[in-house]
Ligand binder design. Structure first.
Ligand code: UD1
Ligand code: CA
Length: 465
């Protein structure tokens, strides 16, 4: 049985972030910081996870959807106090180790977690603090070592002396603790707090001094990757984290053979998969659980969310949400695919075409200025310019069905529910309200009337010479 567990501190209000949502739900690459931290813990091999919630805890709990343990820290009295709220959870893991993570440091990664754990157990440490050297240590807890390099304590910015402030090795806020030692150290954290009038909060970092006093091993494990310590306390730091994560994700795709000739405005979410030889052009944002095949041309100025794009697809200035685009389709410029669409193989659509909740068969062409909503369209259908499915009565929505090889004339309105059969034609300018049988032509427009010499019978207008 795996006795180890993870405790994520996520109760803080994050006043400086000025966020409507709880701070830990503010996003890095469209993914809440807390989810990054949880995923790092899970990838680090930890299944038993407890999150300390506080500020707007209902929202955090709703977000976690019962997948993890939670405890509420009713008052935010510091990181040490946050840990005290999880006593019961720690007791349950008394014989194991706990990984403590800050909910606002999303770039922690599973490799660092695992190697710190190996070090923690190999050295028989009571606590292993994950640290790193960063160019600007302002705001972080400093790792204070003796001349021989032995850890003495962690000092917070507020309490640091000018000499200590120069130290640029900082505490990441991530630690491996022996659960039993941490439980025993909690009282010591309270005592240090109570002795120190100026210290307003209960600092988890004070556990280091408590543990050292007991003659146990408290060690700082310095990692090479300075990103793991980066926390986001305000929007400026959040933007820096976004930029680091954005570059990392892009680099992964570049190495996998995706081409990004210019990264301007390109944002790719962490869960996106892209096949090799696909090219991503500027201004393209790809979010959520999106998969893109090989040899696609995506962008410029394209937004894709939660969609599956097969190989050899072109999406030029397209917005595509929760839909599937099959092999070889070419969409855009300026098309919008709203949720629940399946755009078939080799479909061609041009400018100002909108799809919603529609299935479009293979090799169908919808070239210009058209709306297709709540529709099932067969393969090899041709839409003229400026067509619309009238799917909404103002109250209910109905479907339009169009058979294979049908030809929909320009400026048609298909009033649903309505069916156009296989190989059928509808004349330009038609308002189709009745089903059209296979192979038929439907004409649904007023007949043209010619009044010969009508103009001449009038007095000349001003502008006619
Ligand atoms: C903390 C560390 C600091 C470290 C830094 C790394 C302490 C005393 N300091 O400082 O050494 O360099 O992280 O980013 O631990 N939280 C609660 N309850 C509270 C207070 C905080 O759950 O009462 C949570 C916050 O939501 C946050 C995390 O703990 O996710 C860290 O809290 P924060 O106030 O941001 O600590 P820092 O000042 O950044
Ligand atoms: Ca912080």
């Amino acid at each position: 049985m795996n006795l180890n567990c993870a405790l994520i501190l996520a109760a803080g209000e994050g006043t400086r972030m000025k966020a409507d949502c709880p701070k830990v739900l503010t996003e890095v690459l469209f993914k809440p910081m807390l989810d990054w931290v949880i995923d790092a813990a899970k990838q680090g091999g930890l299944d038993d996870i407890c999150v300390v919630t506080g500020h707007k805890h209902e929202i955090v709990e709703e977000h976690l959807a019962g997948k993890y343990n939670t405890v509420i820290q009713a008052e935010r009295l510091g990181t040490g106090h946050a840990v005290m709220q999880a006593k019961k959870f720690l007791e349950e893991h008394r014989f194991g180790n706990v990984l403590i993570l800050n909910g606002d440091a999303p770039l922690m990664d599973s490799n660092t977690i695992k190697s710190a754990y190996d070090y923690h157990t190999a050295k028989n440490n009571a606590v292993t603090i994950i640290s790193a050297k960063i160019p600007n240590p302002y705001g972080y807890g400093r790792i204070i070592r003796s001349k021989e390099g032995v850890l003495k304590k962690i000092v917070e910015e507020k309490e640091a002396t000018p000499v200590e402030k120069i130290v640029n090795e900082v505490n990441s806020g991530a630690y491996w603790f022996s659960c039993s030692v941490l439980l025993d150290a909690l009282q010591g954290i309270v005592e240090i707090h109570d002795k120190n009038e100026k210290q307003k909060e209960y600092y988890l970092t004070d556990a280091v001094e408590v543990i050292l006093k007991k003659g146990l091993n408290a060690v700082a494990y310095e990692t090479e990757s300075e990103d793991v310590v980066r926390g986001a306390n305000d929007r400026a730091q959040l933007q820096e984290l976004n930029e680091i994560a954005r570059r990392k994700v892009m680099r992964k795709h570049l190495i996998n053979g995706v081409s990004i000739p210019c990264a301007d405005g390109v944002i790719i979410g962490p869960e996106v998969e892209i096949g090799d030889n696909t090219e991503i052009l500027p201004g393209t944002i790809i979010k959520g659980k999106t998969t893109i095949g090989k040899r696609c041309n995506i962008g410029p100025n394209t937004l894709i969310e939660d969609s599956t794009i097969e190989s050899n697809v072109t999406l030029n200035s397209v917005q595509c949400f929760s839909s599937e685009v099959k092999k070889g389709a070419s969409i855009g410029p300026f098309s919008r695919i709203r949720p629940n669409c399946v755009i078939g193989e080799n479909v061609k659509t041009g400018n100002f075409v909108e799809f919603k909740n529609a299935n479009i068969g293979a090799a169908t062409s919808v070239a210009h200025l058209t709306y297709i909503g709540d529709a099932d369209v067969g393969s090899n259908v041709n839409f003229g310019c400026g067509c619309a499915t009238a799917n909404y009565t103002g109250k209910d929505k109905y479907r339009t069905t169009i058979g294979d090889n049908a030809f929909i004339g320009c400026d048609n309105c298909l009033v649903a529910p309505v069916k156009v059969g296989n190989n059928a034609y509808t004349a330009a300018g038609s308002v189709i309200t009745e089903d059209v049988p296979d192979d038929a032509l439907a004409l649904a427009r007023s007949k043209e009337i010619i009044k010969k010499d009508w103009v001449k019978s009038k007095k000349p207008y001003k502008w006619q010479k």
